[in-house]
Design a protein around this ligand. Structure first.
Ligand SMILES: Nc1ncnc2c1ncn2[C@@H]1O[C@H](COP(=O)(O)OP(=O)(O)OP(=O)(O)O)[C@@H](O)[C@H]1O
Length: 584
Protein backbone atom coordinates (compact mmCIF):
# COMPACT_ATOMS: atom_id res chain seq x y z
CA UNK A 1 0.00 0.00 0.00
CA UNK A 2 3.06 2.28 0.03
CA UNK A 3 2.57 3.45 -3.53
CA UNK A 4 -1.12 4.10 -2.98
CA UNK A 5 -0.28 6.64 -0.27
CA UNK A 6 -0.04 9.08 -3.15
CA UNK A 7 -3.85 9.00 -3.40
CA UNK A 8 -4.27 10.00 0.27
CA UNK A 9 -4.00 13.68 -0.59
CA UNK A 10 -7.10 13.27 -2.74
CA UNK A 11 -8.94 11.40 0.02
CA UNK A 12 -8.12 14.38 2.23
CA UNK A 13 -9.30 16.81 -0.43
CA UNK A 14 -12.70 15.11 -0.60
CA UNK A 15 -12.82 14.15 3.10
CA UNK A 16 -16.27 15.65 3.83
CA UNK A 17 -17.93 13.94 0.89
CA UNK A 18 -16.18 10.69 1.81
CA UNK A 19 -17.25 10.96 5.42
CA UNK A 20 -20.82 11.56 4.28
CA UNK A 21 -20.46 8.52 2.02
CA UNK A 22 -19.29 6.35 4.92
CA UNK A 23 -22.21 7.45 7.13
CA UNK A 24 -24.70 6.93 4.33
CA UNK A 25 -23.31 3.43 3.69
CA UNK A 26 -23.71 2.55 7.37
CA UNK A 27 -27.32 3.81 7.41
CA UNK A 28 -28.11 1.96 4.16
CA UNK A 29 -26.81 -1.31 5.62
CA UNK A 30 -28.71 -0.86 8.89
CA UNK A 31 -31.96 -0.57 6.97
CA UNK A 32 -31.03 -3.60 4.87
CA UNK A 33 -30.62 -5.63 8.07
CA UNK A 34 -34.19 -4.91 9.19
CA UNK A 35 -35.44 -7.47 6.67
CA UNK A 36 -34.10 -10.70 8.25
CA UNK A 37 -35.28 -9.59 11.70
CA UNK A 38 -38.77 -8.77 10.37
CA UNK A 39 -39.00 -11.99 8.35
CA UNK A 40 -37.92 -13.99 11.42
CA UNK A 41 -40.52 -12.18 13.48
CA UNK A 42 -43.24 -12.91 10.86
CA UNK A 43 -42.40 -16.64 10.86
CA UNK A 44 -42.64 -16.61 14.68
CA UNK A 45 -46.07 -14.94 14.50
CA UNK A 46 -47.31 -17.71 12.19
CA UNK A 47 -45.61 -20.42 14.26
CA UNK A 48 -47.16 -19.10 17.48
CA UNK A 49 -50.62 -19.15 15.84
CA UNK A 50 -50.05 -22.74 14.72
CA UNK A 51 -48.89 -23.71 18.23
CA UNK A 52 -51.92 -21.96 19.72
CA UNK A 53 -49.91 -19.32 21.61
CA UNK A 54 -51.85 -16.65 19.70
CA UNK A 55 -55.46 -17.52 18.98
CA UNK A 56 -56.85 -14.33 17.45
CA UNK A 57 -56.41 -14.52 13.66
CA UNK A 58 -57.03 -10.78 13.24
CA UNK A 59 -54.11 -10.02 15.58
CA UNK A 60 -51.90 -12.39 13.54
CA UNK A 61 -53.01 -10.74 10.29
CA UNK A 62 -52.43 -7.21 11.55
CA UNK A 63 -48.99 -8.17 12.96
CA UNK A 64 -48.04 -9.71 9.60
CA UNK A 65 -49.33 -6.65 7.73
CA UNK A 66 -47.29 -4.33 9.95
CA UNK A 67 -44.19 -6.48 9.36
CA UNK A 68 -44.75 -6.41 5.59
CA UNK A 69 -45.11 -2.61 5.71
CA UNK A 70 -41.92 -2.33 7.77
CA UNK A 71 -40.06 -4.60 5.31
CA UNK A 72 -41.21 -2.50 2.34
CA UNK A 73 -40.42 0.75 4.22
CA UNK A 74 -36.93 -0.49 5.22
CA UNK A 75 -36.27 -1.64 1.65
CA UNK A 76 -37.31 1.74 0.21
CA UNK A 77 -35.23 3.74 2.72
CA UNK A 78 -32.32 1.30 2.34
CA UNK A 79 -32.62 1.68 -1.45
CA UNK A 80 -32.57 5.48 -1.25
CA UNK A 81 -29.47 5.40 0.97
CA UNK A 82 -27.77 2.84 -1.31
CA UNK A 83 -28.39 5.24 -4.20
CA UNK A 84 -26.89 8.10 -2.16
CA UNK A 85 -23.95 5.86 -1.18
CA UNK A 86 -23.04 5.43 -4.87
CA UNK A 87 -23.64 9.12 -5.53
CA UNK A 88 -21.12 10.10 -2.89
CA UNK A 89 -18.37 7.46 -2.92
CA UNK A 90 -18.40 6.68 -6.65
CA UNK A 91 -18.68 10.41 -7.36
CA UNK A 92 -15.56 11.03 -5.24
CA UNK A 93 -13.70 8.25 -7.06
CA UNK A 94 -14.52 9.87 -10.41
CA UNK A 95 -13.24 13.19 -9.05
CA UNK A 96 -10.04 11.49 -7.90
CA UNK A 97 -9.67 9.86 -11.32
CA UNK A 98 -10.09 13.28 -12.94
CA UNK A 99 -7.54 14.90 -10.60
CA UNK A 100 -5.02 12.09 -11.06
CA UNK A 101 -5.38 12.16 -14.85
CA UNK A 102 -4.76 15.90 -14.82
CA UNK A 103 -1.77 15.45 -12.53
CA UNK A 104 -0.23 12.84 -14.85
CA UNK A 105 -1.00 14.93 -17.95
CA UNK A 106 0.52 18.06 -16.45
CA UNK A 107 3.60 16.05 -15.55
CA UNK A 108 3.82 14.78 -19.15
CA UNK A 109 3.71 18.40 -20.33
CA UNK A 110 6.43 19.39 -17.85
CA UNK A 111 8.84 16.68 -18.90
CA UNK A 112 11.42 17.33 -21.60
CA UNK A 113 11.69 15.86 -25.07
CA UNK A 114 14.12 13.11 -24.01
CA UNK A 115 11.39 11.62 -21.80
CA UNK A 116 9.22 11.10 -24.88
CA UNK A 117 12.13 9.56 -26.75
CA UNK A 118 12.77 7.02 -24.02
CA UNK A 119 9.14 6.01 -23.43
CA UNK A 120 6.73 4.48 -25.89
CA UNK A 121 3.54 6.41 -26.69
CA UNK A 122 1.44 3.36 -25.84
CA UNK A 123 3.00 3.27 -22.39
CA UNK A 124 2.27 6.96 -21.78
CA UNK A 125 -1.33 6.44 -22.88
CA UNK A 126 -1.91 3.33 -20.76
CA UNK A 127 -0.63 5.04 -17.59
CA UNK A 128 -3.03 7.92 -18.01
CA UNK A 129 -6.01 5.73 -18.89
CA UNK A 130 -5.80 2.10 -17.71
CA UNK A 131 -3.56 2.62 -14.69
CA UNK A 132 -5.51 5.65 -13.48
CA UNK A 133 -8.68 3.58 -14.03
CA UNK A 134 -7.33 0.84 -11.75
CA UNK A 135 -6.56 3.38 -9.04
CA UNK A 136 -10.10 4.71 -9.40
CA UNK A 137 -11.45 1.23 -8.68
CA UNK A 138 -9.49 1.28 -5.44
CA UNK A 139 -10.67 4.78 -4.49
CA UNK A 140 -14.30 4.03 -5.37
CA UNK A 141 -15.83 0.57 -5.59
CA UNK A 142 -13.17 -1.12 -3.42
CA UNK A 143 -13.60 1.46 -0.67
CA UNK A 144 -17.37 1.32 -0.91
CA UNK A 145 -17.54 -2.47 -0.77
CA UNK A 146 -15.09 -2.54 2.14
CA UNK A 147 -17.21 -0.18 4.23
CA UNK A 148 -20.24 -2.13 3.14
CA UNK A 149 -18.75 -5.46 4.17
CA UNK A 150 -17.43 -4.26 7.52
CA UNK A 151 -20.70 -2.55 8.47
CA UNK A 152 -22.88 -5.41 7.35
CA UNK A 153 -20.69 -8.00 8.98
CA UNK A 154 -20.34 -6.29 12.34
CA UNK A 155 -24.05 -5.51 12.73
CA UNK A 156 -25.23 -8.85 11.35
CA UNK A 157 -22.85 -10.84 13.56
CA UNK A 158 -23.95 -8.97 16.69
CA UNK A 159 -27.61 -9.64 15.85
CA UNK A 160 -26.92 -13.27 14.95
CA UNK A 161 -24.82 -13.96 18.08
CA UNK A 162 -27.54 -12.42 20.22
CA UNK A 163 -30.14 -14.84 18.99
CA UNK A 164 -28.14 -18.08 18.37
CA UNK A 165 -24.36 -18.05 19.09
CA UNK A 166 -23.53 -21.68 18.12
CA UNK A 167 -25.59 -21.55 14.94
CA UNK A 168 -23.80 -18.30 14.03
CA UNK A 169 -20.43 -20.02 14.27
CA UNK A 170 -21.52 -22.89 12.02
CA UNK A 171 -23.10 -20.47 9.53
CA UNK A 172 -20.02 -18.35 9.02
CA UNK A 173 -17.57 -21.28 8.59
CA UNK A 174 -17.88 -21.43 4.73
CA UNK A 175 -17.55 -17.64 4.35
CA UNK A 176 -13.74 -17.29 4.71
CA UNK A 177 -13.36 -20.23 2.31
CA UNK A 178 -15.58 -18.39 -0.16
CA UNK A 179 -13.55 -15.23 0.29
CA UNK A 180 -10.28 -17.08 -0.32
CA UNK A 181 -11.54 -18.77 -3.49
CA UNK A 182 -12.88 -15.48 -4.86
CA UNK A 183 -9.47 -13.92 -4.21
CA UNK A 184 -7.72 -16.70 -6.16
CA UNK A 185 -10.32 -16.42 -8.93
CA UNK A 186 -10.09 -12.60 -9.11
CA UNK A 187 -6.31 -12.80 -9.44
CA UNK A 188 -6.56 -15.30 -12.21
CA UNK A 189 -9.31 -13.31 -13.94
CA UNK A 190 -7.15 -10.20 -13.72
CA UNK A 191 -4.14 -12.01 -15.19
CA UNK A 192 -6.14 -13.35 -18.08
CA UNK A 193 -7.98 -10.08 -18.75
CA UNK A 194 -4.61 -8.28 -18.91
CA UNK A 195 -3.56 -10.75 -21.60
CA UNK A 196 -6.88 -10.20 -23.43
CA UNK A 197 -6.26 -6.44 -23.18
CA UNK A 198 -2.75 -6.84 -24.64
CA UNK A 199 -4.08 -8.84 -27.57
CA UNK A 200 -6.80 -6.28 -28.13
CA UNK A 201 -4.22 -3.52 -28.30
CA UNK A 202 -2.09 -5.64 -30.69
CA UNK A 203 -5.15 -6.04 -32.89
CA UNK A 204 -6.01 -2.35 -32.83
CA UNK A 205 -2.40 -1.29 -33.50
CA UNK A 206 -2.33 -3.70 -36.44
CA UNK A 207 -5.61 -2.45 -37.91
CA UNK A 208 -4.69 1.18 -37.31
CA UNK A 209 -1.41 0.70 -39.16
CA UNK A 210 -3.14 -1.08 -42.01
CA UNK A 211 -5.67 1.72 -42.39
CA UNK A 212 -2.97 4.41 -42.27
CA UNK A 213 -0.84 2.55 -44.79
CA UNK A 214 -3.75 1.35 -46.94
CA UNK A 215 -2.41 3.08 -50.07
CA UNK A 216 0.94 1.25 -49.72
CA UNK A 217 -0.84 -2.08 -49.08
CA UNK A 218 -3.08 -1.65 -52.12
CA UNK A 219 -0.36 -0.45 -54.44
CA UNK A 220 1.83 -3.43 -53.50
CA UNK A 221 -1.18 -5.76 -53.78
CA UNK A 222 -0.56 -7.39 -50.39
CA UNK A 223 -4.15 -7.38 -49.09
CA UNK A 224 -4.09 -11.19 -48.98
CA UNK A 225 -1.02 -11.21 -46.74
CA UNK A 226 -2.43 -8.64 -44.34
CA UNK A 227 -5.72 -10.58 -44.21
CA UNK A 228 -3.80 -13.70 -43.17
CA UNK A 229 -1.84 -11.75 -40.54
CA UNK A 230 -5.06 -10.30 -39.17
CA UNK A 231 -6.63 -13.76 -39.10
CA UNK A 232 -3.69 -15.11 -37.09
CA UNK A 233 -3.84 -12.26 -34.58
CA UNK A 234 -7.59 -12.51 -34.33
CA UNK A 235 -7.47 -16.28 -33.69
CA UNK A 236 -4.92 -15.78 -30.87
CA UNK A 237 -7.09 -13.06 -29.40
CA UNK A 238 -10.16 -15.36 -29.55
CA UNK A 239 -8.24 -18.08 -27.67
CA UNK A 240 -7.22 -15.62 -24.95
CA UNK A 241 -10.85 -14.54 -24.61
CA UNK A 242 -11.97 -18.17 -24.30
CA UNK A 243 -9.35 -18.73 -21.57
CA UNK A 244 -10.79 -15.75 -19.70
CA UNK A 245 -14.40 -16.84 -20.11
CA UNK A 246 -13.55 -20.32 -18.76
CA UNK A 247 -12.28 -18.91 -15.49
CA UNK A 248 -15.01 -16.26 -15.26
CA UNK A 249 -17.60 -19.00 -15.65
CA UNK A 250 -16.46 -20.48 -12.33
CA UNK A 251 -17.30 -17.34 -10.38
CA UNK A 252 -21.07 -17.62 -9.94
CA UNK A 253 -21.28 -21.43 -9.61
CA UNK A 254 -18.72 -21.19 -6.80
CA UNK A 255 -20.77 -18.52 -5.06
CA UNK A 256 -24.02 -20.43 -5.48
CA UNK A 257 -22.37 -23.61 -4.20
CA UNK A 258 -21.07 -21.90 -1.06
CA UNK A 259 -24.36 -20.08 -0.41
CA UNK A 260 -26.12 -23.42 -0.79
CA UNK A 261 -23.66 -25.01 1.63
CA UNK A 262 -24.30 -22.32 4.24
CA UNK A 263 -28.08 -22.71 3.77
CA UNK A 264 -27.83 -26.47 4.30
CA UNK A 265 -25.78 -25.88 7.47
CA UNK A 266 -28.36 -23.39 8.78
CA UNK A 267 -31.26 -25.74 8.06
CA UNK A 268 -29.51 -28.87 9.34
CA UNK A 269 -27.83 -27.46 12.48
CA UNK A 270 -30.64 -24.93 13.10
CA UNK A 271 -33.29 -27.65 12.68
CA UNK A 272 -31.48 -29.96 15.12
CA UNK A 273 -31.06 -27.17 17.67
CA UNK A 274 -34.75 -26.21 17.33
CA UNK A 275 -35.83 -29.80 17.89
CA UNK A 276 -33.51 -30.02 20.93
CA UNK A 277 -34.90 -26.70 22.22
CA UNK A 278 -31.51 -24.97 21.97
CA UNK A 279 -32.98 -22.15 19.88
CA UNK A 280 -36.21 -20.61 20.96
CA UNK A 281 -38.09 -20.22 17.64
CA UNK A 282 -38.41 -21.20 14.00
CA UNK A 283 -38.02 -17.53 13.05
CA UNK A 284 -34.32 -17.79 13.94
CA UNK A 285 -33.76 -20.32 11.16
CA UNK A 286 -35.70 -18.17 8.68
CA UNK A 287 -33.73 -15.03 9.50
CA UNK A 288 -30.40 -16.90 9.46
CA UNK A 289 -31.08 -18.07 5.92
CA UNK A 290 -31.56 -14.45 4.90
CA UNK A 291 -28.43 -13.39 6.83
CA UNK A 292 -26.36 -16.01 5.00
CA UNK A 293 -27.58 -14.71 1.65
CA UNK A 294 -26.98 -11.11 2.70
CA UNK A 295 -23.44 -11.84 3.93
CA UNK A 296 -22.27 -13.95 1.01
CA UNK A 297 -21.81 -11.14 -1.50
CA UNK A 298 -19.92 -8.81 0.88
CA UNK A 299 -17.68 -11.70 1.92
CA UNK A 300 -17.02 -12.54 -1.72
CA UNK A 301 -16.05 -8.91 -2.27
CA UNK A 302 -13.26 -9.24 0.35
CA UNK A 303 -11.43 -11.44 -2.14
CA UNK A 304 -12.28 -9.13 -5.01
CA UNK A 305 -11.26 -6.00 -3.06
CA UNK A 306 -7.89 -7.58 -2.15
CA UNK A 307 -7.18 -8.25 -5.80
CA UNK A 308 -8.32 -4.71 -6.80
CA UNK A 309 -6.00 -3.18 -4.20
CA UNK A 310 -3.06 -5.25 -5.47
CA UNK A 311 -3.73 -4.14 -9.04
CA UNK A 312 -4.17 -0.51 -7.97
CA UNK A 313 -0.88 -0.65 -6.05
CA UNK A 314 0.92 -1.94 -9.15
CA UNK A 315 -0.74 0.72 -11.33
CA UNK A 316 0.05 3.54 -8.89
CA UNK A 317 3.66 2.32 -8.80
CA UNK A 318 3.85 2.76 -12.59
CA UNK A 319 2.22 6.20 -12.33
CA UNK A 320 4.59 7.25 -9.52
CA UNK A 321 7.61 6.29 -11.66
CA UNK A 322 6.55 9.02 -14.09
CA UNK A 323 5.43 11.51 -11.46
CA UNK A 324 8.82 11.33 -9.74
CA UNK A 325 10.76 12.19 -12.89
CA UNK A 326 12.17 15.68 -13.15
CA UNK A 327 12.41 17.50 -16.49
CA UNK A 328 15.99 17.55 -17.75
CA UNK A 329 15.46 21.04 -19.12
CA UNK A 330 14.76 23.27 -16.17
CA UNK A 331 13.58 26.84 -16.03
CA UNK A 332 16.23 28.44 -13.83
CA UNK A 333 14.80 31.97 -13.83
CA UNK A 334 11.47 33.11 -12.49
CA UNK A 335 11.61 36.70 -13.74
CA UNK A 336 10.53 37.10 -17.37
CA UNK A 337 13.45 37.76 -19.74
CA UNK A 338 13.55 40.36 -22.44
CA UNK A 339 14.77 38.87 -25.72
CA UNK A 340 16.31 41.03 -28.44
CA UNK A 341 17.40 38.21 -30.74
CA UNK A 342 21.24 38.24 -30.83
CA UNK A 343 22.38 34.63 -30.97
CA UNK A 344 25.89 33.31 -30.37
CA UNK A 345 27.15 29.71 -30.43
CA UNK A 346 30.54 29.28 -28.75
CA UNK A 347 32.23 25.91 -29.38
CA UNK A 348 28.94 24.07 -29.05
CA UNK A 349 29.04 20.29 -29.12
CA UNK A 350 26.03 18.09 -28.64
CA UNK A 351 25.54 14.35 -28.26
CA UNK A 352 22.02 12.87 -28.20
CA UNK A 353 21.78 11.09 -24.85
CA UNK A 354 19.63 8.18 -26.06
CA UNK A 355 21.67 7.25 -29.14
CA UNK A 356 25.07 8.68 -28.20
CA UNK A 357 25.26 10.20 -31.68
CA UNK A 358 27.41 13.31 -31.66
CA UNK A 359 25.30 15.66 -33.79
CA UNK A 360 27.36 18.86 -33.36
CA UNK A 361 31.11 19.34 -32.94
CA UNK A 362 32.56 22.67 -31.83
CA UNK A 363 30.05 24.81 -33.67
CA UNK A 364 30.58 28.57 -33.35
CA UNK A 365 28.77 31.43 -35.05
CA UNK A 366 27.34 34.80 -34.21
CA UNK A 367 24.11 36.27 -35.46
CA UNK A 368 23.01 39.81 -34.67
CA UNK A 369 19.45 40.90 -34.16
CA UNK A 370 17.71 41.37 -37.53
CA UNK A 371 20.16 39.18 -39.45
CA UNK A 372 19.30 36.07 -41.42
CA UNK A 373 21.36 32.90 -41.23
CA UNK A 374 21.00 30.00 -43.63
CA UNK A 375 22.22 26.55 -42.65
CA UNK A 376 23.02 24.20 -45.49
CA UNK A 377 24.31 20.66 -45.28
CA UNK A 378 23.79 17.04 -46.13
CA UNK A 379 21.09 15.04 -44.40
CA UNK A 380 22.03 14.15 -40.82
CA UNK A 381 24.67 16.89 -40.63
CA UNK A 382 23.14 18.49 -37.53
CA UNK A 383 21.08 21.35 -38.96
CA UNK A 384 17.86 20.64 -37.05
CA UNK A 385 19.87 20.04 -33.89
CA UNK A 386 21.06 23.68 -33.95
CA UNK A 387 17.43 24.85 -33.96
CA UNK A 388 16.50 22.42 -31.17
CA UNK A 389 19.30 23.82 -29.03
CA UNK A 390 18.11 27.42 -29.58
CA UNK A 391 14.64 26.40 -28.38
CA UNK A 392 16.28 24.58 -25.44
CA UNK A 393 14.58 21.31 -26.36
CA UNK A 394 17.98 19.95 -25.32
CA UNK A 395 20.87 21.53 -23.43
CA UNK A 396 24.34 21.60 -24.97
CA UNK A 397 26.81 18.86 -24.02
CA UNK A 398 29.70 21.32 -24.04
CA UNK A 399 30.28 24.92 -25.12
CA UNK A 400 27.80 27.72 -24.66
CA UNK A 401 24.85 29.37 -26.40
CA UNK A 402 24.27 33.02 -25.60
CA UNK A 403 21.18 35.03 -26.41
CA UNK A 404 21.75 38.80 -26.12
CA UNK A 405 24.98 37.99 -24.32
CA UNK A 406 23.28 35.89 -21.62
CA UNK A 407 23.87 32.11 -21.40
CA UNK A 408 20.65 30.50 -22.64
CA UNK A 409 20.18 28.55 -19.35
CA UNK A 410 20.00 31.88 -17.49
CA UNK A 411 17.00 33.07 -19.47
CA UNK A 412 13.43 32.45 -18.46
CA UNK A 413 12.48 29.36 -20.50
CA UNK A 414 8.92 30.53 -21.09
CA UNK A 415 10.05 33.97 -22.29
CA UNK A 416 12.61 32.34 -24.56
CA UNK A 417 10.03 30.07 -26.19
CA UNK A 418 7.50 32.92 -26.33
CA UNK A 419 9.93 34.85 -28.47
CA UNK A 420 10.56 31.94 -30.84
CA UNK A 421 8.60 31.11 -33.96
CA UNK A 422 9.53 27.57 -34.95
CA UNK A 423 8.46 25.86 -38.16
CA UNK A 424 9.41 22.19 -37.89
CA UNK A 425 10.51 19.91 -40.69
CA UNK A 426 7.36 17.77 -40.46
CA UNK A 427 4.53 20.25 -40.40
CA UNK A 428 2.22 19.01 -37.69
CA UNK A 429 -1.37 20.20 -37.86
CA UNK A 430 -4.02 19.43 -35.28
CA UNK A 431 -7.41 17.89 -36.14
CA UNK A 432 -9.05 21.28 -36.01
CA UNK A 433 -10.01 24.10 -38.38
CA UNK A 434 -7.34 25.80 -40.49
CA UNK A 435 -8.09 29.02 -38.62
CA UNK A 436 -7.47 27.45 -35.23
CA UNK A 437 -4.32 25.77 -36.52
CA UNK A 438 -2.93 29.18 -37.50
CA UNK A 439 -4.20 30.82 -34.29
CA UNK A 440 -2.30 28.20 -32.32
CA UNK A 441 0.60 30.64 -32.68
CA UNK A 442 -1.44 33.52 -31.24
CA UNK A 443 -4.65 32.65 -29.46
CA UNK A 444 -6.11 36.15 -29.49
CA UNK A 445 -5.34 36.84 -33.16
CA UNK A 446 -7.96 38.74 -35.17
CA UNK A 447 -9.38 37.38 -38.42
CA UNK A 448 -7.35 39.97 -40.31
CA UNK A 449 -4.13 38.79 -38.68
CA UNK A 450 -4.93 35.18 -39.60
CA UNK A 451 -5.56 36.15 -43.22
CA UNK A 452 -2.40 38.29 -43.35
CA UNK A 453 -0.28 35.43 -41.98
CA UNK A 454 -1.79 33.05 -44.53
CA UNK A 455 -1.16 35.58 -47.32
CA UNK A 456 2.47 35.95 -46.30
CA UNK A 457 2.86 32.19 -46.24
CA UNK A 458 1.26 32.14 -49.71
CA UNK A 459 -1.51 29.77 -48.67
CA UNK A 460 -4.44 32.23 -48.51
CA UNK A 461 -5.57 31.49 -52.09
CA UNK A 462 -5.57 27.73 -51.44
CA UNK A 463 -7.62 28.16 -48.27
CA UNK A 464 -10.12 30.42 -50.03
CA UNK A 465 -10.52 27.67 -52.63
CA UNK A 466 -11.86 25.22 -50.01
CA UNK A 467 -15.66 25.26 -49.59
CA UNK A 468 -15.44 26.07 -45.91
CA UNK A 469 -12.41 28.35 -46.26
CA UNK A 470 -10.64 29.01 -42.96
CA UNK A 471 -13.21 26.85 -41.14
CA UNK A 472 -12.15 23.75 -43.07
CA UNK A 473 -11.45 20.99 -40.57
CA UNK A 474 -8.18 19.10 -41.01
CA UNK A 475 -7.19 15.66 -39.81
CA UNK A 476 -8.55 12.16 -39.98
CA UNK A 477 -12.17 13.01 -40.54
CA UNK A 478 -11.40 16.29 -42.24
CA UNK A 479 -9.61 17.55 -45.25
CA UNK A 480 -6.25 16.13 -46.29
CA UNK A 481 -3.82 18.81 -47.38
CA UNK A 482 -0.84 18.46 -49.67
CA UNK A 483 2.63 18.48 -48.11
CA UNK A 484 3.28 22.00 -49.38
CA UNK A 485 -0.05 23.32 -48.08
CA UNK A 486 0.69 21.87 -44.65
CA UNK A 487 4.12 23.48 -44.62
CA UNK A 488 2.70 26.86 -45.51
CA UNK A 489 -0.01 26.72 -42.82
CA UNK A 490 2.75 25.82 -40.40
CA UNK A 491 4.70 28.90 -41.55
CA UNK A 492 1.58 31.09 -41.10
CA UNK A 493 1.29 29.74 -37.54
CA UNK A 494 4.85 30.86 -36.75
CA UNK A 495 4.70 34.29 -38.33
CA UNK A 496 1.34 35.27 -36.82
CA UNK A 497 3.14 35.19 -33.49
CA UNK A 498 5.51 37.95 -34.69
CA UNK A 499 8.35 36.53 -32.60
CA UNK A 500 11.82 38.03 -32.18
CA UNK A 501 13.51 34.88 -33.51
CA UNK A 502 12.18 32.82 -36.41
CA UNK A 503 13.42 29.29 -37.05
CA UNK A 504 12.50 27.59 -40.32
CA UNK A 505 13.54 23.93 -40.47
CA UNK A 506 13.59 22.92 -44.11
CA UNK A 507 9.98 24.00 -44.31
CA UNK A 508 9.93 24.93 -47.96
CA UNK A 509 11.04 21.51 -49.19
CA UNK A 510 7.56 20.55 -50.42
CA UNK A 511 6.82 23.75 -52.34
CA UNK A 512 7.93 24.52 -55.88
CA UNK A 513 10.72 27.03 -56.46
CA UNK A 514 8.29 29.73 -57.61
CA UNK A 515 6.24 29.53 -54.39
CA UNK A 516 9.48 29.34 -52.42
CA UNK A 517 10.62 32.58 -54.02
CA UNK A 518 7.31 34.27 -53.19
CA UNK A 519 7.37 33.17 -49.54
CA UNK A 520 11.01 34.19 -49.14
CA UNK A 521 10.18 37.61 -50.57
CA UNK A 522 7.27 38.01 -48.15
CA UNK A 523 9.48 36.89 -45.28
CA UNK A 524 11.95 39.66 -46.06
CA UNK A 525 9.37 42.24 -44.96
CA UNK A 526 8.04 40.21 -42.02
CA UNK A 527 11.46 39.35 -40.63
CA UNK A 528 12.75 42.89 -40.73
CA UNK A 529 14.40 43.58 -37.36
CA UNK A 530 13.99 39.92 -36.37
CA UNK A 531 16.60 37.22 -36.31
CA UNK A 532 15.90 34.43 -38.76
CA UNK A 533 17.48 31.03 -39.29
CA UNK A 534 16.57 29.08 -42.39
CA UNK A 535 17.62 25.43 -42.61
CA UNK A 536 17.50 24.12 -46.14
CA UNK A 537 18.86 21.72 -48.72
CA UNK A 538 18.33 24.30 -51.43
CA UNK A 539 20.71 27.10 -52.35
CA UNK A 540 17.68 29.12 -53.50
CA UNK A 541 16.48 29.34 -49.88
CA UNK A 542 19.90 30.38 -48.62
CA UNK A 543 21.18 32.78 -51.21
CA UNK A 544 19.72 35.99 -49.83
CA UNK A 545 20.72 35.28 -46.23
CA UNK A 546 23.22 37.61 -44.53
CA UNK A 547 25.28 34.62 -43.45
CA UNK A 548 25.43 31.03 -44.57
CA UNK A 549 27.02 28.11 -42.73
CA UNK A 550 27.61 24.74 -44.29
CA UNK A 551 27.56 21.75 -41.98
CA UNK A 552 29.07 18.35 -42.53
CA UNK A 553 28.87 15.62 -39.88
CA UNK A 554 28.20 18.18 -37.17
CA UNK A 555 31.07 20.50 -38.10
CA UNK A 556 31.00 23.87 -39.85
CA UNK A 557 32.97 23.35 -43.05
CA UNK A 558 32.17 26.62 -44.81
CA UNK A 559 30.90 29.99 -43.76
CA UNK A 560 30.20 33.28 -45.56
CA UNK A 561 27.66 35.03 -47.78
CA UNK A 562 26.28 33.53 -50.99
CA UNK A 563 28.56 35.50 -53.32
CA UNK A 564 31.67 34.52 -51.38
CA UNK A 565 30.71 30.87 -51.16
CA UNK A 566 29.93 30.40 -54.85
CA UNK A 567 33.33 31.83 -55.59
CA UNK A 568 35.10 29.27 -53.45
CA UNK A 569 35.59 25.55 -54.03
CA UNK A 570 33.54 23.41 -51.70
CA UNK A 571 30.20 21.84 -50.91
CA UNK A 572 28.18 25.05 -51.35
CA UNK A 573 29.50 25.75 -54.80
CA UNK A 574 29.00 22.13 -55.88
CA UNK A 575 25.43 22.24 -54.64
CA UNK A 576 24.83 25.56 -56.36
CA UNK A 577 26.02 24.25 -59.73
CA UNK A 578 24.09 21.00 -59.33
CA UNK A 579 20.84 22.77 -58.48
CA UNK A 580 21.36 25.37 -61.19
CA UNK A 581 21.74 22.70 -63.88
CA UNK A 582 18.74 20.79 -62.46
CA UNK A 583 16.58 23.90 -62.74
CA UNK A 584 17.71 24.53 -66.26
N1 LIG B 1 16.03 12.91 -31.27
C1 LIG B 1 17.16 12.33 -31.63
N2 LIG B 1 17.67 11.35 -30.88
C2 LIG B 1 18.83 10.76 -31.24
N3 LIG B 1 19.55 11.07 -32.31
C3 LIG B 1 19.09 12.04 -33.13
C4 LIG B 1 17.87 12.71 -32.82
N4 LIG B 1 17.63 13.62 -33.77
C5 LIG B 1 18.67 13.55 -34.63
N5 LIG B 1 19.54 12.60 -34.25
C6 LIG B 1 20.81 12.25 -34.93
O1 LIG B 1 21.63 13.40 -34.92
C7 LIG B 1 22.26 13.61 -36.17
C8 LIG B 1 21.92 15.00 -36.70
O2 LIG B 1 20.53 15.04 -36.96
P1 LIG B 1 19.78 16.34 -37.48
O3 LIG B 1 18.34 16.04 -37.49
O4 LIG B 1 20.21 17.51 -36.70
O5 LIG B 1 20.34 16.46 -38.96
P2 LIG B 1 19.82 17.36 -40.15
O6 LIG B 1 21.02 17.96 -40.75
O7 LIG B 1 18.76 18.28 -39.70
O8 LIG B 1 19.23 16.24 -41.11
P3 LIG B 1 18.05 16.40 -42.19
O9 LIG B 1 18.55 17.30 -43.28
O10 LIG B 1 17.88 14.98 -42.71
O11 LIG B 1 16.89 16.89 -41.48
C9 LIG B 1 21.78 12.48 -37.06
O12 LIG B 1 22.79 11.52 -37.12
C10 LIG B 1 20.55 11.92 -36.39
O13 LIG B 1 20.46 10.54 -36.58
Amino acid sequence: MRELQHVNKYFYKYRYKLLAGVLITIVARIFLLFTPELVGNSVDVIDNYRKGVTTDLDVVKSKLLINVLYIVGAAVIGGVFTFLMRQTIIYVSRQIEYDLKNEVYQQYQRLSLDFYKSNRTGDLMSRISEDVGKVREYAGPALMYSINTVTLFVIALILMFNSAPTLTLYTIIPLPILSYFIYILSKSIHKRSTIVQQWLSKLSTFTQETFSGISVIKSYGIEGGTNADFDKLSAESRQKNIDLVKIQALFFPLMIFLIGLSNIIVIYIGGKQYINGEIESLGVIAKFIIYVNLLTWPVATVGWVTSVIQQAEASQKRINEFLKQEPTIKNNVTEPSHIEGNIEFINVSFTYPDTNIQALKNVSFKLNRGETLAIIGKTGSGKSTILDLIGRLYDVTSGEIKIDGTPIENLNLISLRDHLGYVPQDAFLFSDSIKNNIMFGKEDATEEEVINAAKNADVHKNIKGFTKGYDTVLGERGMTLSGGQKQRISIARAIIKAPQILLFDDCLSAVDTETEEKILNNLKTITKGKTTIIVSHRVSSAKSADKIIVLDQGKIIQTGAHDTLIGADGYYNELYIKQLTQNE
